[in-house]
Design a protein around this ligand. Structure first.
Ligand SMILES: [Zn+2]
Length: 80
């Protein structure tokens, strides 16, 4: 049972690191909704806080890029 909780924590940490490493604030939110917190977008993610929606134009990182940047951020998480 505690293994499951550890796995859950690791996953949560991984998501937080991903957001920190790859997330950028939505430029449309910043422009159109300056008083709101801009939504943090990762590669290809769509922001629906306004119309038209905004899609982050960046391609997904390659496995190597992903692992490198996660390592640089101090995460143990690796994909293969
Ligand atoms: Zn937005």
């Amino acid at each position: 049972m505690s293994d499951m909780i550890d796995a859950f924590r690791a996953l949560k940490d991984m998501r937080q690191t991903e957001r920190k490493v790859f997330g950028i604030p939505c430029p449309v939110c910043i422009e159109k909704l300056p008083k709101a917190q801009p939504k943090i977008l990762q590669h290809g993610q769509v922001c629906r806080a306004h119309k038209p929606h905004y899609r982050d134009p960046r391609p997904r990182p390659t496995t190597d890029e992903y692992n490198e940047q996660m390592a640089a951020a101090g995460s143990e998480w690796r994909v293969s």
